[in-house]
Design a protein around this ligand. Sequence first.
Ligand code: SF4
Length: 173
Amino acid sequence: MPKKPKKTYLISACLLGLATRYDGSHSCSPRLRRFCRRYRLIPVCPEQLGGLPTPRYPAEIRGGDGSAVLQGKAIVVDKTGADRTTQFICGAIGALQLADLFQVDGAILKSGSPSCGVGSIRDGSFSGCHRSGDGVAAALLKGHGIPVYSELKLPPEIISRRQSSLKKRRSPG
Ligand code: SF4
């Protein structure tokens, strides 16, 4: 019987341990790295794709969320006050191109980021406070019908598979 093709997800590169974060670090999730064996994970860093260097100044969305940025109603600024909106939009478009190219089943993105955040992002004050909303890349992917998840809320098939393997391990057999 032919093997079922693996589900394919775009994933924030920093979650796989790549040093793409603004300060040159990563947000490695050992649990997600293990999923590489079972799923096809396509790493992407929208901020690097948009042409920003690493390391770079941290950035936040001012005046709204990622959807507002895409509508021209909010901007992305870095900590020096420089407008980085263009780079963030270019990076989001690059992520969408990859999603199309690989015909992904969804995207697993890093929570809280002005690019990748899903459902909650920093509020633009650089004070550590959050507001509801998505980052720019997450908003663009969602707007094109791509299911978007985070490392805190994984795709349902990954969660159910994990739960059944945990059950198997716990059962005395
Ligand atoms: S833009 Fe996304 S992938 Fe790149 S460092 Fe930030 S959270 Fe990670």
